[in-house]
Write a new protein. Structure first.
Length: 175
């Protein structure tokens, strides 16, 4: 039998999902959601939460499923915070808060009736959305690559190819 986790259960795209309650700061109704034209599919838009611009993440797109419908004003969302980063996870509705058993070796939990549901890690979703956004930004700015730490590898302004390191003298022989 697996460990118990305190989770918030929500419906999304016809399935039940769970997220550990320790990452959830609050449950809100989304205000007006603005789309970001160059955003990757996992970032559904942004909205204003009491003066702070918060990205709205598409859980389905970030977990390898087809993207969900675009978020609208009044839709439900979980405000999550991981390592100081805040985002909204759009949900269809919140079902319950409970302690469920984790399925060993799987990213799932089992409720009291034996039904399995996906257990998402908001930290992983935030990192995926950040990496995707950095990749789009790199393409928009002509940068050849972006590392996971956020550092970019500069590109040649004419060809778009990765710039040659400054200590490379052009000699391709081994001597």
């Amino acid at each position: 039998m697996g460990d118990l986790r305190n989770v918030i259960v929500f419906a999304l795209g016809g399935a039940r999902w769970a997220a550990e309650i320790r990452h959830v700061r609050e449950v809100v109704s989304l205000g007006f959601v603005s789309t970001v034209p160059t955003a990757p599919p996992g970032i559904a838009g942004v909205f204003n939460l009491r003066g702070t611009i918060v990205p709205v993440l598409d859980v389905l797109a970030l977990t390898g499923h087809p993207p969900h419908l675009p978020p609208r004003q009044g839709d439900g969302a979980l405000i999550v915070e991981v390592d100081g980063a805040v985002a909204a996870l759009r949900v269809d509705n919140v079902d319950e808060v409970a302690s469920f058993v984790v399925v060993p070796g799987a990213e799932k939990v089992v409720d009291g009736r034996g039904r399995e549901m996906f257990l998402i890690d908001p930290g992983v979703l935030l990192r995926r959305s950040l990496v995707a956004a950095q990749a789009v930004r790199a393409l928009d700015h002509g940068e050849a690559d972006v590392t996971l730490s956020g550092h970019s590898i500069p590109a040649d302004s004419t060809t778009g190819a990765p710039a040659v390191p400054p200590d490379f003298d052009g000699d391709t022989t081994l001597g």
